[in-house]
Design a binder for this molecule. Structure first.
Ligand code: URA
Length: 235
């Protein structure tokens, strides 16, 4: 990482970073830095004698409210990204998969590109768990159809696990991540979705103490669970 990038990620503006280097306030490996564009990977960087740490990866959970898009930016509409704290947004984490505008619940954001890729790739079959209010109440035959795979134009869905929680209320666990997956699966077995919320993903459950639109960093155990689900070594 470049020295100026490290300093700006630690909170300085680019102009302040340049001035701090020019004024000899920054040392790299104990030697006053001369070049703000120098690469400083692995070296100990001090500003006014205090260590400047590279930013860590971001792993964050949001309780997505209905009515906001998952997109990072949208010129006109409210986005889930805009609900994250400013310091988190500055590192531009990406949403791990998309939730439709009307869908609520667990939306994870991360800056870790490989983890993101694996969590949403059908290849790694990471479990996503949804709670749905549906028309009617599915029965055992519906559950079996979902387990066997539903034939759509051009593909058959992977096995999905249906649990009936009550009248018109189900939990559906899927591993694929196709567009409108849960709505399409439940409609295909005759129980269109009335309301949908994501409860868990890759072993991480939505923190029920988060109100709609609230977010928090993942705990170490939650991050470990995501790496396990993605079959990725955490380093
Ligand atoms: N399935 C859907 O139909 N919508 C979502 O937002 C997520 C999964």
């Amino acid at each position: 990482m470049r020295l100026d990038k490290l300093l700006t990620s630690a909170g300085l503006t680019r102009a302040q970073a340049k001035r701090a280097v020019a004024a000899g306030r920054v040392t790299v490996g104990g030697v006053p830095a001369r070049d703000a564009g120098a690469h400083v990977d692995g070296a100990s960087v001090l500003l006014d004698g205090r260590p400047v740490s590279p930013p860590g990866e971001i792993y964050w959970m949001l309780n997505k409210p209905a009515g906001v898009l998952t997109a990072v930016r949208d010129g006109r509409e409210a986005t889930a990204f805009a609900l994250l704290p400013e310091a988190v947004r500055r590192q531009i984490p990406s949403p791990v998969g998309r939730l439709d505008k009307d869908v609520t619940g667990l939306l994870i954001f991360t800056t870790h590109g490989e983890l993101l890729h694996r969590l949403i790739s059908p290849k790694y079959a990471v479990k996503k768990v949804y709670i749905a209010r549906v028309e009617g109440t599915p029965d055992e035959a519906d559950a079996q159809r979902l387990t066997a795979g539903v034939a759509f134009a051009g593909f058959t869905s992977r096995p999905a696990r249906l649990e009936v929680l009550g009248e018109g209320l189900v939990r559906l666990t899927v591993t694929e991540g196709r567009y409108h997956e849960v709505k399409r699966l439940l409609a295909a077995v005759g129980h269109p979705v009335l309301a949908l919320s994501r409860e868990a993903m890759g072993g991480v459950r939505l923190d029920e103490t988060l109100g709609a639109g609230e977010s928090r960093p993942l705990t170490g155990a939650e991050i470990d669970a995501l790496f396990r689900a993605a079959r990725l070594e955490r380093n």
